[in-house]
Design a protein around this ligand. Structure first.
Ligand code: UD2
Ligand code: MN
Length: 545
């Protein structure tokens, strides 16, 4: 008996070793034709696809540090750029000796120019992304890039990286909108590149109206927006078009990698971030909430995001038009990303970040261009419009966080409110509860009170017990157990909330972990009393602040 067991263990061990070797060999097998995208496995499965020159350094949750995307071979260059003379274009505008390389663009122009029209960059995706496959009949896209006095080298790298690192069949056209840059020649010259069209604004419009102009002349069914100082990475486009093809109401963006404004190094951004904001409508990157992070078993999965950064995203053209494009009364820069994000979520769509799509962007510390109405006033006008149209009663928190916005001109929002009604969009409360529950309503809004019934005060006892007792202390001397925070619709004590036990008459109240989605925890003030919002009976303690 013992020998049989020993034999079985030995056989299993050998099988396991062989299996491991086979797996590693499979993963490491060289590919026959390195650059052929046709060699990609078909279908949407997770079929084994082997990457050219891939080195076997897999560290889970890390990117592969040793793969760089290849620049195109010399013979491809001709086809890529047609009659466009890259050398002459770049040479015509060079930094003069002694000039400050940061002055005109708020990044180091000397470093950018040194790189020229293209370069190899590191493939920053999680290694599992390379094994994903996409439909072979993905629809093509019109790329829309608006620019105002962009540096020649960064703009050309944006365009060339798109042409080099996208399957040609997916690029219908690249539409450039020159937003009244000082030199009209950039637009004329770049339009010599195959697939590139360039429109020049007759006056400065800002990025919002410029993008709408670009979108209106697009001929593909899908729109892709890019800033004018990006470099797209390997297979950046397919994941985004795939998601939009599967559901046209999705608006998707890549992980935005960082191109250093000083030395132009291409740096991988964290894959655990999503877009968020504070009540002053200041955009920030934030960690994915821990529960969502724990639930993510597949690092290639889309990440739901409350807002997008704004510059780089893919959206179905009909859906963009149906939802009202952009608010074209917003000027120059800023706020349009909130307006679009709120509108998409509230009017039936969703926003996501796709970790398998990576695009580098030069993040800057200041605007290198002027704002005709001033930077601050323009940002206030744009964000006020977003708040007035979409934020309902929550706009009060925007005004408290940005008091300077009060009384400032923002024009009429009648048309946008009509659009919101026409599209039958949800209230902002829905967004707060379902999309961005992590955005806390400011604490100062909380009223700390006692809850009185029949002359006695409601107090917590132990971990979740409740009872009525003699009221003790006044103001700051009031004990914690009798101190309640009313943050509509919740009645809180730290992380616990007052809830009814059941929706039946006479049911008791109890304490449980706060959850804004839990109907048993929802209360509303009614005169000096509190009433449960859903229950047929009402439990009405007196509130004394
Ligand atoms: C971020 C977005 C940007 C936009 C902005 C908020 C990313 C990577 N970038 O700011 O796309 O959503 O937030 O409004 O998410 N431009 C014009 N006309 C102007 C001003 C700017 O065409 O009057 C162009 C500019 O050349 C650039 C784009 O608009 O291509 C965005 O401007 P930015 O790069 O200064 O904005 P950024 O990246 O700081
Ligand atoms: Mn930018």
């Amino acid at each position: 008996m013992r020998r049989i067991r020993a034999n079985a263990i030995a056989i299993l061990t050998v099988a396991w070793i062989l299996g491991t070797f086979y797996y590693l060999w499979q993963d490491n097998k060289p590919q026959s034709s390195p650059s052929s995208s046709a060699s990609q496995a078909r279908g949407r499965g997770h079929g084994q696809k082997v990457i050219p020159g891939r080195l076997e350094i897999h560290r889970d949750d890390r990117t592969i540090p040793l793969i760089v995307t290849q620049p195109p071979r010399a013979e491809q260059q001709g086809q890529l750029l047609g009659s466009f003379d890259e050398k002459a274009y770049l040479a015509a505008k060079q930094l003069k000796l002694g000039d400050d390389p940061y002055k005109d663009h708020a990044f180091n122009l000397q470093e950018s120019d040194r790189l020229g029209g293209e370069r190899a960059i590191r493939d920053t995706r999680h290694y599992r992304c390379a094994a994903l496959t996409y439909d072979t009949d993905l629809p093509s896209t019109s790329i829309v890039i608006t620019f105002h006095n962009e540096a020649r080298s960064t703009l050309l790298r944006t365009i060339k990286s798109v042409l080099m690192r996208s399957p040609p069949s997916l690029i219908q056209e690249i539409i450039l909108i020159d937003d009244f840059s000082s030199d009209p020649e950039d637009c004329q010259l770049l339009a010599q590149i195959p697939k590139v069209r360039c429109l020049r604004n007759g006056r400065r419009e800002g990025l919002i109206r410029s993008r709408v102009r670009g979108a209106n002349m697009a001929s593909a069914s899908i729109l892709t927006f890019l800033d004018s100082h990006c470099e797209v990475n390997t297979d950046w486009l397919q994941p985004m078009i795939q998601r939009v093809k599967e559901d046209h109401t999705r608006v998707v963006s890549p992980i935005i990698d960082v191109i250093s404004l000083d030395n132009f190094a291409y740096l991988a951004a964290s894959a655990d971030l999503r877009g968020g904001f504070d009540w002053s409508l200041h955009f920030k990157w934030e960690q994915i909430p821990i529960e969502q992070k724990m639930a993510r078993s597949d690092p290639t999965q889309a990440i739901r995001t409350p807002v997008i950064a704004g510059g780089i995203f893919v959206m179905d053209r009909s859906w963009f038009n149906h939802l009202g494009q952009y608010d074209t009364h917003m000027d120059i820069w800023g706020g349009e990303n909130f307006e679009l994000s709120f509108r998409v979520w509230l009017c039936g769509g969703s926003l996501e970040i796709l970790p398998c799509s990576r695009v580098g962007h030069v993040f800057r510390k200041r605007h290198p261009y002027d704002f005709p109405e001033g930077n601050a006033l323009t940002y206030i006008k744009n964000t006020r419009r977003a708040a007035e149209v979409w934020m309902d009663e929550y706009k009060q928190y925007y005004y408290s966080a940005r008091p300077s916005a009060q009384g400032k001109a923002f024009g009429s929002v009648t048309d946008r409110l009509a659009l919101r009604r026409k599209l039958n969009c949800k209230p902002f409360r829905w967004y707060m509860e379902n999309v961005y529950p992590e955005l806390r309503v400011p604490e100062q809004e909380a009223v700390s009170s006692v809850l009185k019934q029949g002359g006695l005060c409601l107090e917590t006892r132990g971990t979740d017990g409740l009872g009525l007792a003699e009221c003790r202390g006044l103001g700051a001397n009031r004990p914690q157990s009798q101190r309640w925070e009313l943050i509509e619709p919740l009645i809180r004590q730290q992380d616990l909330c007052l809830a009814i036990s059941a929706f039946t008459a006479g049911s008791k109240v109890k304490m449980e972990p706060c959850n804004t989605k839990e109907p048993r925890q929802k209360w509303k003030p009614k005169g000096t009393a509190l009433q449960h919002m859903m229950a047929s009976q009402s439990w009405e303690p007196q509130v004394i602040t």
